[in-house]
Design a protein around this ligand. Structure first.
Ligand code: C2E
Ligand code: CA
Ligand code: CA
Length: 497
């Protein structure tokens, strides 16, 4: 009996010991599994890092990526003897690649990229072996010890642009594409690899603004502008409702009558803490933010309303010229906005001029051309601004409904001293006359320029020679003085005759 009890206790004890051992083993397995899981995560992390590691290459072109470029440039900077050997980065971006990819399909797009990459490599390999693919359609070429002047970099950029621009035949398609190049150099325009890449990207953005197939070098001015851009963006959004915009009017004087024929309305922004900011700086930011539409609408209304005030004083001949940005054409409602303002203010449509950049003429979309025809049929006059700077062809001009050409001020500048400027101005005036356009010379500052323009038969003068842009009350005063004085003089002359 006693031995039976002992046996039962032995069995219980064994079960207890076995249970403890099992629990211990389960715990051990759990700890091991946990350790293995952590190990696996560590491996995954390392593997992920490896993807970004300098050795990773683009699957299409086998060119190393952005991270490789950064690492390599950092090493070059760190290992160079005094750390200041001039090193350049050329940022190459294919123009409009997304829409090419979209229309051709991804397969052909891939082949195209491979072909472009090999052209870039062929062009750049005479200068460097450091060629990278920094984005899907973006490439980077690093030139170590590129010398102090930028002649060689310019040459390399031009060669790359020319090589990419050569026609390509792919699967029965004949394609012609282009690229823009932005250039930045260490240490003069960037202190480290990341900044070098960022600034060459800004130079690329600038090249895109100039046009497809162009190159731009990074300048301190771009950096200043990008800082200002960041600074002003938030405030610009509230500027209209806070009444911070106002207009200046620059007189346009008729050379024959010496009377003010009208004015160009120029937008001004009084920033609450930074003071007056020029439109060259804030208009592009407004375009990026889409603010050009509400501000543009306000401006057209305000300018027409002001001029109508002078019409009601008897100066009924005065015209008002308004600058329109290409973005205002993209939206498609500019003709109806102007029609609405004409209706609201009661201004005669033929007293309204709109100034377009050559970019609108060059892009020549059905939409913009139709809108201009609608405006012209209402009586509104169409002027091409800064003429001569945008490479629009005569052929493109004659297809557009144009009334006025404004010769860019860079050609007017010292035209009595620079024979090329005089030749260009004289040619533009002759051609414009033959096509029946009125010619405005802008940026006239000196009497010598004015005398030559008179000889060449220019119609209208705008520039500091007569007057800087003025706020409305001063412009009104200018009109009263100039038009009545000359008007009286003219009347006297007629009476004498
Ligand atoms: P823009 O349309 O070519 O305007 C003429 C610019 O030349 C004005 O500069 C004017 O002050 C300046 N200017 C006039 N006469 C002379 C001169 O004799 N010598 C010199 N050196 N400059 C002269 P502003 O007002 O700074 O405008 C610069 C640009 O900003 C304008 O060039 C135009 O592209 C843009 N902008 C100005 N207002 C507007 C606007 O309301 N809408 C749009 N979209 N752009 C505007
Ligand atoms: Ca203008
Ligand atoms: Ca102009």
């Amino acid at each position: 009996m006693e031995s039976g009890l002992l046996n039962v206790q032995m069995v219980r004890l064994s079960i207890l010991i076995l249970s403890i051992i099992c629990l211990f083993l389960i715990g051990l397995v759990f700890v091991l599994a946990n350790a293995l899981w952590n190990l696996r995560n560590k491996f995954a992390e390392l593997a992920h890092k490896n993807i970004e590691h300098p050795s990773s290459k683009h699957y299409l072109t086998s060119l190393e990526n952005r991270t490789s470029l950064i690492n390599r440039v950092e090493n070059l900077i760190a290992n160079s003897k005094d750390g200041d050997i001039r090193t350049a980065l050329l940022f190459i971006d294919i123009d409009d690649f997304n829409s090419i990819n979209g229309s051709l399909g991804v397969r052909l797009g891939d082949l195209l990229l491979q072909s472009i990459a090999s052209r870039i490599v062929a062009e750049a390999s005479g200068y460097t072996k450091l060629i990278y693919q920094v984005g899907s359609d973006e490439f980077g070429v690093v030139v170590y010890d590129c010398g102090q002047d930028s002649v060689m970099l310019n040459e390399l950029a031009s060669n790359i642009i020319a090589a990419v621009g050569q026609p390509i035949s792919l699967q029965g398609y004949d394609l012609q594409i282009s690229c823009c190049v932005g250039v930045c150099t260490y240490p003069d325009c960037a202190a480290d690899a990341e900044t070098l890449l960022k600034n060459s990207g800004s130079a690329r953005d600038n090249a895109k603004k100039i046009g497809y197939g162009t190159c731009s070098f990074y300048t301190q001015e771009m950096s200043r502008r990008s800082v200002i851009r960041t600074l002003i963006s938030a405030d610009l959004r509230h500027a209209l409702e806070r009444n911070e915009f106002y207009l200046h009017y620059q007189p346009k004087v008729n050379l024959q009558t010496e009377m003010v024929q009208g004015a160009e309305a120029l937008l001004r922004w009084r920033h609450p803490s930074l003071g007056n900011i020029t439109p060259d700086i804030f208009v592009p930011v407004m375009e990026d933010l889409g603010l050009i539409h509400p501000v543009g609408k306000w401006l057209i209304h305000a300018a027409c309303k002001d001029i109508v005030k002078l019409h009601s004083e008897g100066y009924t001949d005065l015209h008002i010229a308004i600058n329109l940005s290409p973005h205002q054409f993209d939206k498609g409602d500019i003709a109806s906005i102007i029609a609405e303002v004409i209706w609201d203010t009661g201004i005669a449509p033929h007293k309204v001029e709109i100034e377009l950049t050559e970019a609108v003429v060059m892009n020549d979309t059905e939409k913009s051309s139709l809108m201009l025809r609608v405006l012209q049929s209402m009586g509104v006059k169409i002027a091409v601004d800064d003429f001569g700077t945008g490479y629009s062809s005569m052929n493109q001009l004659t297809r557009f409904p144009i009334n006025i050409l404004k010769v860019d001020r860079s050609f007017i500048h010292d035209m009595h001293l620079i024979p090329a400027n005089r030749t260009i101005v004289s040619t533009i005036i002759r051609m414009a006359k033959q096509l029946g356009y009125e010619v405005v010379a802008e940026g006239v500052e000196k009497e010598e320029e004015l005398d030559l323009l008179r000889l060449e038969g220019c119609d209208i003068i705008q520039g500091f020679y007569y007057s800087k842009p003025l706020e409305f009350s001063r412009f009104a005063q200018y009109v009263r003085e100039k038009n009545s004085v000359n008007g009286t003089r003219k009347q006297d002359e007629e009476n004498l005759a």
